[in-house]
Write a protein that binds this ligand. Structure first.
Ligand code: CA
Length: 247
């Protein structure tokens, strides 16, 4: 259940254990691109750079990359739109977004759209290298491809989910919340645990956010005919998948 992301934030200067990967950097600031390239090639990665969103989408169609470092502020279509289009077609490449210092909303929005991690500018290149390594290692981990609870099925490799035969369209946050609940297999997940599972990083948006997202999740499930108490409230503690609907 623990997310390896939180375990790997220390600067890392030793030879990485993840073998070299093919990375795409999408950044319109050429000096930053040069710095990123320098830092990431230190770990033996092959790095390609583009300076706008349209080119990024073209490159991603043509070449299989292992990870993308994506600036949010880009000319033309911005990083959010690149991410949205990518996830909309089921592309699960790990994405680390770069956001401006004061734009906390950007980070939350990016994570909701399916970003895997973020760095706030300006950042320490060693920390970036460590984050990239952590994401690459996580992507290597074999996962159970899908989780089930009654008629509900959730793909872990992507954002897909179904209730019966109907697609259940989830935001990144809803997907992560549901994944944590399904992994617990009917045990209660505290709000703190769900916050950690769905948001991962330092600035937890608060337990009210968990409630809000669970409410949205229930509404989406109910619209597909799921029982209203499929995701059950455990008063004063948190939430769980209702064991009555497990089969
Ligand atoms: Ca920029």
């Amino acid at each position: 259940m623990a997310d390896p992301m939180t375990a790997e934030v220390q600067p890392k200067t030793t030879v990485p254990e993840t073998s070299c990967a093919r990375l795409l950097i999408v950044e319109d600031d050429s000096s930053l691109t040069a710095g990123l390239t320098r830092a990431l090639t230190l770990d033996g990665h092959e790095v390609a750079c583009v300076a706008n969103g349209e080119l990024a989408l073209e490159r991603l169609q043509a070449t299989a990359f292992d990870l993308m470092v994506l600036d949010i502020g880009l000319p033309g279509i911005d990083g959010f739109e690149v991410l949205r289009r990518l996830r909309a077609i089921g592309q699960r490449i790990p994405v680390l977004i770069l956001t401006a210092r004061d734009a906390i909303g950007d980070r939350v929005h990016g994570l909701d759209l399916g970003a895997d991690d973020y760095m706030v500018k300006p950042f320490d290149p060693d920390v970036l290298r460590a984050r990239v390594q952590a994401l690459l290692r996580r992507a290597d981990r074999p996962l159970t491809p899908s989780l089930h609870w009654g008629a509900l099925a959730l793909d872990r490799d992507g954002h897909g989910a179904r209730y019966g035969e109907q697609p259940l369209l989830l935001t990144g946050t809803e997907h992560r919340l549901l994944e944590a609940l399904l992994q617990a297999r009917g045990s209660t997940c505290s709000k703190a645990l769900l916050l950690q599972a769905a948001w991962n990083w330092a600035e937890s948006p608060g337990s009210d956010s968990v409630r809000t997202h669970i409410k949205n999740l229930r509404a989406k499930l109910a619209a597909l005919g799921a029982p209203l108490d499929l995701v059950e409230t455990v008063y004063g503690v948190g939430f769980r998948m209702n064991p009555d609907h497990a089969a």
